[in-house]
Design a protein. Structure first.
Length: 234
Protein backbone atom coordinates (compact mmCIF):
# COMPACT_ATOMS: atom_id res chain seq x y z
CA UNK A 1 0.00 0.00 0.00
CA UNK A 2 2.89 2.35 0.78
CA UNK A 3 4.29 1.92 -2.74
CA UNK A 4 0.89 2.66 -4.27
CA UNK A 5 0.52 5.83 -2.23
CA UNK A 6 3.99 7.06 -3.13
CA UNK A 7 3.46 6.40 -6.85
CA UNK A 8 0.17 8.27 -6.94
CA UNK A 9 1.57 11.03 -4.74
CA UNK A 10 4.43 11.63 -7.14
CA UNK A 11 1.97 11.75 -10.03
CA UNK A 12 -0.21 14.32 -8.28
CA UNK A 13 2.89 16.33 -7.37
CA UNK A 14 3.87 16.45 -11.04
CA UNK A 15 0.36 17.66 -11.90
CA UNK A 16 0.59 20.38 -9.23
CA UNK A 17 3.94 21.64 -10.52
CA UNK A 18 2.60 22.06 -14.07
CA UNK A 19 -0.57 23.81 -12.90
CA UNK A 20 1.42 26.20 -10.70
CA UNK A 21 3.74 27.02 -13.60
CA UNK A 22 0.74 27.66 -15.86
CA UNK A 23 -0.72 30.05 -13.27
CA UNK A 24 2.35 31.99 -12.17
CA UNK A 25 4.90 31.81 -15.02
CA UNK A 26 5.07 32.61 -18.73
CA UNK A 27 3.82 29.80 -20.92
CA UNK A 28 7.28 29.12 -22.43
CA UNK A 29 8.30 27.66 -19.06
CA UNK A 30 5.81 24.85 -19.72
CA UNK A 31 8.18 23.59 -22.42
CA UNK A 32 10.45 22.38 -19.65
CA UNK A 33 7.95 21.19 -17.04
CA UNK A 34 4.95 19.87 -18.98
CA UNK A 35 6.69 16.61 -20.06
CA UNK A 36 6.89 15.49 -16.41
CA UNK A 37 3.16 14.81 -16.54
CA UNK A 38 3.60 12.29 -19.34
CA UNK A 39 6.57 10.69 -17.58
CA UNK A 40 4.63 10.36 -14.32
CA UNK A 41 1.71 8.71 -16.13
CA UNK A 42 4.07 6.27 -17.83
CA UNK A 43 5.42 5.29 -14.41
CA UNK A 44 1.87 4.90 -13.09
CA UNK A 45 0.87 2.75 -16.05
CA UNK A 46 3.95 0.54 -15.94
CA UNK A 47 3.62 0.09 -12.19
CA UNK A 48 -0.03 -0.96 -11.97
CA UNK A 49 -1.20 -2.32 -15.33
CA UNK A 50 -0.75 -6.09 -15.39
CA UNK A 51 -0.51 -6.48 -19.14
CA UNK A 52 1.30 -3.43 -20.43
CA UNK A 53 1.71 -2.25 -24.00
CA UNK A 54 4.52 -0.24 -25.54
CA UNK A 55 1.87 1.85 -27.25
CA UNK A 56 1.00 3.65 -24.02
CA UNK A 57 4.44 5.10 -23.21
CA UNK A 58 4.79 5.96 -26.90
CA UNK A 59 1.49 7.86 -26.80
CA UNK A 60 2.57 9.78 -23.69
CA UNK A 61 5.91 10.68 -25.25
CA UNK A 62 4.11 11.90 -28.38
CA UNK A 63 1.77 14.14 -26.36
CA UNK A 64 4.79 15.43 -24.42
CA UNK A 65 6.49 16.36 -27.69
CA UNK A 66 3.25 17.99 -28.86
CA UNK A 67 3.14 20.19 -25.76
CA UNK A 68 6.73 21.28 -26.35
CA UNK A 69 5.95 22.45 -29.88
CA UNK A 70 2.70 24.09 -28.73
CA UNK A 71 4.46 26.27 -26.19
CA UNK A 72 7.45 26.99 -28.39
CA UNK A 73 5.41 28.49 -31.21
CA UNK A 74 1.95 27.14 -32.02
CA UNK A 75 1.59 28.89 -35.37
CA UNK A 76 5.09 28.15 -36.63
CA UNK A 77 4.95 24.45 -35.77
CA UNK A 78 1.26 23.90 -36.45
CA UNK A 79 1.81 21.27 -39.14
CA UNK A 80 4.11 19.28 -36.85
CA UNK A 81 1.64 19.66 -33.99
CA UNK A 82 -1.18 18.35 -36.19
CA UNK A 83 0.83 15.27 -37.18
CA UNK A 84 1.76 14.58 -33.56
CA UNK A 85 -1.84 15.00 -32.37
CA UNK A 86 -3.07 12.60 -35.07
CA UNK A 87 -0.32 10.14 -34.10
CA UNK A 88 -1.32 10.40 -30.44
CA UNK A 89 -4.97 9.63 -31.21
CA UNK A 90 -3.91 6.77 -33.48
CA UNK A 91 -1.86 5.20 -30.70
CA UNK A 92 -4.79 5.65 -28.31
CA UNK A 93 -7.11 3.94 -30.77
CA UNK A 94 -4.72 1.00 -31.07
CA UNK A 95 -4.65 0.77 -27.28
CA UNK A 96 -8.44 0.69 -27.14
CA UNK A 97 -9.11 -1.69 -30.01
CA UNK A 98 -9.35 -4.75 -27.73
CA UNK A 99 -12.01 -3.01 -25.64
CA UNK A 100 -14.40 -2.39 -28.55
CA UNK A 101 -17.47 -4.55 -28.95
CA UNK A 102 -19.84 -3.17 -31.57
CA UNK A 103 -22.13 -6.18 -31.19
CA UNK A 104 -23.09 -5.27 -27.64
CA UNK A 105 -23.99 -1.66 -28.37
CA UNK A 106 -27.75 -1.31 -28.20
CA UNK A 107 -29.35 0.61 -31.08
CA UNK A 108 -31.85 2.30 -28.79
CA UNK A 109 -28.95 3.83 -26.86
CA UNK A 110 -27.29 5.16 -30.01
CA UNK A 111 -30.43 7.00 -31.13
CA UNK A 112 -31.44 8.30 -27.72
CA UNK A 113 -32.10 12.05 -27.29
CA UNK A 114 -28.93 12.43 -25.21
CA UNK A 115 -26.77 10.96 -27.97
CA UNK A 116 -28.40 13.05 -30.69
CA UNK A 117 -27.92 16.24 -28.67
CA UNK A 118 -24.30 15.31 -27.91
CA UNK A 119 -23.49 14.68 -31.58
CA UNK A 120 -25.10 17.96 -32.56
CA UNK A 121 -23.19 19.92 -29.91
CA UNK A 122 -19.87 18.31 -30.82
CA UNK A 123 -20.42 19.03 -34.51
CA UNK A 124 -21.42 22.61 -33.80
CA UNK A 125 -18.41 23.12 -31.51
CA UNK A 126 -15.94 21.85 -34.11
CA UNK A 127 -17.59 23.90 -36.87
CA UNK A 128 -17.61 27.10 -34.79
CA UNK A 129 -14.01 26.79 -33.60
CA UNK A 130 -12.76 25.94 -37.08
CA UNK A 131 -14.53 28.93 -38.62
CA UNK A 132 -13.18 31.20 -35.87
CA UNK A 133 -9.50 30.30 -36.23
CA UNK A 134 -9.44 29.39 -39.93
CA UNK A 135 -8.21 32.83 -41.10
CA UNK A 136 -5.06 32.28 -39.02
CA UNK A 137 -4.33 28.86 -40.52
CA UNK A 138 -5.84 29.18 -43.98
CA UNK A 139 -2.77 27.54 -45.51
CA UNK A 140 -2.99 24.53 -43.19
CA UNK A 141 -6.42 23.10 -44.07
CA UNK A 142 -4.96 19.62 -44.39
CA UNK A 143 -3.56 19.80 -40.87
CA UNK A 144 -6.91 20.96 -39.51
CA UNK A 145 -8.70 18.07 -41.20
CA UNK A 146 -6.11 15.65 -39.83
CA UNK A 147 -6.73 16.84 -36.27
CA UNK A 148 -10.51 16.87 -36.59
CA UNK A 149 -10.76 13.38 -38.14
CA UNK A 150 -8.41 11.76 -35.62
CA UNK A 151 -10.16 13.53 -32.74
CA UNK A 152 -13.59 12.39 -33.87
CA UNK A 153 -12.40 8.80 -34.27
CA UNK A 154 -10.98 8.81 -30.75
CA UNK A 155 -14.13 10.34 -29.26
CA UNK A 156 -16.31 7.86 -31.17
CA UNK A 157 -14.37 4.82 -29.95
CA UNK A 158 -14.42 6.07 -26.35
CA UNK A 159 -18.15 6.64 -26.65
CA UNK A 160 -18.73 3.13 -28.09
CA UNK A 161 -16.82 1.53 -25.23
CA UNK A 162 -18.77 3.61 -22.74
CA UNK A 163 -22.15 2.76 -24.27
CA UNK A 164 -21.34 -0.95 -24.59
CA UNK A 165 -20.66 -0.99 -20.84
CA UNK A 166 -18.60 -4.19 -21.00
CA UNK A 167 -15.85 -2.77 -18.82
CA UNK A 168 -15.88 -1.14 -15.43
CA UNK A 169 -14.60 2.44 -15.28
CA UNK A 170 -15.56 3.04 -18.92
CA UNK A 171 -16.91 6.37 -17.71
CA UNK A 172 -13.24 7.39 -17.45
CA UNK A 173 -12.93 7.13 -21.23
CA UNK A 174 -16.03 9.27 -21.64
CA UNK A 175 -14.47 11.91 -19.37
CA UNK A 176 -11.16 11.69 -21.22
CA UNK A 177 -12.86 12.20 -24.58
CA UNK A 178 -14.75 15.25 -23.27
CA UNK A 179 -11.46 16.66 -22.01
CA UNK A 180 -9.82 16.21 -25.42
CA UNK A 181 -12.66 18.08 -27.09
CA UNK A 182 -12.29 20.96 -24.64
CA UNK A 183 -8.49 21.09 -24.93
CA UNK A 184 -8.32 20.95 -28.73
CA UNK A 185 -11.04 23.58 -29.07
CA UNK A 186 -9.77 26.10 -26.53
CA UNK A 187 -6.11 25.56 -27.37
CA UNK A 188 -6.81 26.75 -30.90
CA UNK A 189 -8.69 29.79 -29.59
CA UNK A 190 -6.02 30.58 -27.01
CA UNK A 191 -3.10 30.33 -29.42
CA UNK A 192 -4.65 31.73 -32.60
CA UNK A 193 -7.48 34.06 -31.63
CA UNK A 194 -7.26 35.43 -28.09
CA UNK A 195 -4.51 34.53 -25.61
CA UNK A 196 -5.32 34.42 -21.90
CA UNK A 197 -3.35 33.07 -18.94
CA UNK A 198 -6.66 31.84 -17.52
CA UNK A 199 -7.28 29.83 -20.70
CA UNK A 200 -3.75 28.42 -20.54
CA UNK A 201 -4.32 27.32 -16.95
CA UNK A 202 -7.72 25.79 -17.74
CA UNK A 203 -6.36 23.99 -20.80
CA UNK A 204 -3.54 22.44 -18.79
CA UNK A 205 -5.83 21.39 -15.94
CA UNK A 206 -8.31 19.76 -18.31
CA UNK A 207 -5.60 18.13 -20.42
CA UNK A 208 -3.95 16.66 -17.32
CA UNK A 209 -7.34 15.42 -16.09
CA UNK A 210 -8.07 13.78 -19.45
CA UNK A 211 -4.70 12.04 -19.62
CA UNK A 212 -5.05 10.91 -16.01
CA UNK A 213 -8.51 9.38 -16.50
CA UNK A 214 -7.34 7.74 -19.73
CA UNK A 215 -4.44 6.17 -17.81
CA UNK A 216 -6.56 5.13 -14.83
CA UNK A 217 -8.96 3.34 -17.16
CA UNK A 218 -6.20 0.86 -18.01
CA UNK A 219 -5.14 0.65 -14.37
CA UNK A 220 -8.56 -0.08 -12.87
CA UNK A 221 -10.77 -1.46 -15.62
CA UNK A 222 -11.99 -5.05 -15.80
CA UNK A 223 -14.82 -6.86 -17.51
CA UNK A 224 -18.26 -6.28 -16.06
CA UNK A 225 -19.68 -9.51 -14.71
CA UNK A 226 -22.01 -11.24 -17.17
CA UNK A 227 -24.82 -11.36 -14.60
CA UNK A 228 -24.75 -7.58 -14.25
CA UNK A 229 -24.94 -7.08 -18.00
CA UNK A 230 -27.88 -9.46 -18.31
CA UNK A 231 -29.74 -7.74 -15.48
CA UNK A 232 -29.19 -4.34 -17.08
CA UNK A 233 -30.45 -5.21 -20.56
CA UNK A 234 -33.28 -7.62 -19.71
Amino acid sequence: MKTINITYLLTYFAFLIVICVAIFFDKWVLVYVKPIVSLSLIVLYQRFVKKTSLLFPLSMLVIAATDVFVYLDFTKYFSIIAILIALFYTLCLLLLKNFISIQEIKLNKLISPQVIVSVFLIGYLIFSITRLVLPKIINSIGSVILIVVSLLLFVTVCFFIYVANRYEKSIYLFIASCCTLFVDAFLAINELYYYSRLFTTMINIVEIAGLYFFTIFFVETKLVKKERLEDKYL
